[in-house]
Design a protein around this ligand. Structure first.
Ligand code: COA
Length: 301
């Protein structure tokens, strides 16, 4: 499709494979699948879910929210659902929204899902971006339980001055689709990769340090770091800045590429199902994305 090579993609990004959803599969379809598996694992019924937060930049429709579509498809009769547009930070932002609501007792059980049909939003003529992104969904059930486990600290920050480093110019209300307009890919993801790279390394490290300091946890106490999977070189640089042993950093970018809000729950689920997480472990999640927006969550497993 574009002038590139496996060697370039692998050495610059760490990506070997990406997954593209079948035609006709929507963002909500993938989310339904992921949420169903999360509910099964948590032993939680659909009726128990009171809050559904969906992180996505590829909603099924502009109106209504994808959360409401998911709610209808799954049957979550007692939930309120809404979307958050925090790009690749969507899952972490979802956790940061849900955690205090669970802590306060306002809701007993919530679902946070990151779901992205990025193939619908990728310009396959732009080699700067099209080799990076894939489709996926990942979900977690968050509930209030007695004991030591839980979401210990979250941190979120954005800087809208950098919004044009990673954005889609056309398709919103400022520049709506119009037959008079030549898009030239401006309705798809556009990115200044090297600038995003620098901010990502710096701010992911700061976000990670913020929750560690808040919780009084030293990086050496982390059992696992689950970073947003955007580029293996960003992840390596983050691990170095945090002085975390690379073995304790979960990496699956080779298999999925950058799946935006889905990347952290996808990685967390893989690590969990592989038996890599034990009760009491400190798990740090950290992400950044278009906005620019970044954040972190420290969890005691
Ligand atoms: N195949 C071959 N060459 C490519 C290419 C591709 N797929 N994509 C870009 N190039 C070229 C560029 O055109 C440039 O060529 P030039 O020097 O002749 O102009 C050259 O490779 C180097 O580009 P540069 O942007 O400096 O490469 P890089 O080492 O920074 O890697 C990214 C590019 C996109 C992989 C990297 O910047 C990155 O991962 N950035 C972060 C992006 C990100 O994570 N975004 C999502 C946020 S959630």
């Amino acid at each position: 499709m574009v002038d590139t090579s496996d060697e370039w993609i692998t050495s610059r990004t760490g990506i070997k494979e990406r997954h593209i959803a079948d035609k006709g599969v929507s963002c909500s379809d993938m989310a339904v699948e992921a949420i169903g598996r999360a509910l099964d694992m948590a032993g939680c019924s659909r009726e128990e879910i009171e809050l559904l937060v969906v992180g996505t930049v590829t909603p099924d429709y502009r109106l209504p929210s994808t959360a409401c579509v998911i709610q209808e498809k799954m049957g979550l009769p007692n939930a309120v659902g809404y979307d958050i547009a925090s790009a690749c930070t969507g899952f972490i932002n979802g956790l940061s929204i849900v955690a205090p609501q669970i802590e306060s007792g306002r809701y007993k059980k919530a679902v946070v899902v990151g779901a992205e049909l990025l193939s619908s939003f990728t310009n396959y003529q732009d080699r700067n971006t099209c080799v990076l992104f894939g489709d996926a969904a990942g979900a977690a059930v968050v509930s209030g339980e007695e004991g030591e486990s839980g979401i210990i600290s979250t941190f979120m920050k954005s800087d809208g001055r950098m919004r044009e480093l990673l954005w889609a110019e056309v398709g919103g209300a400022v520049n709506p689709y119009s037959p008079d307009f030549t898009y030239n890919g401006r309705d798809k993801i556009m990115m200044n990769g090297s600038d995003v790279f620098k901010v990502a390394v710096r701010e992911m490290a700061r976000a990670a340090q913020a929750v560690l300091e808040d919780a009084g946890v030293d990086p050496s106490q982390l059992a696992m770091v689950v970073p947003h999977q955007a580029n293996i070189r960003i992840i390596d640089a983050l691990a170095k800045r945090l002085s975390v042993d690379p073995e304790r950093v979960y990496i699956n970018i080779d298999k999925y590429g950058n799946t935006s809000a889905a990347s952290i729950p996808l990685a967390l689920d893989e690590a969990n199902r592989a038996g890599m997480l034990k009760s009491g472990d400190y798990v740090l999640m950290v992400a950044f994305g278009g906005g620019l927006i970044w954040g972190s969550a420290l969890v005691r497993w």
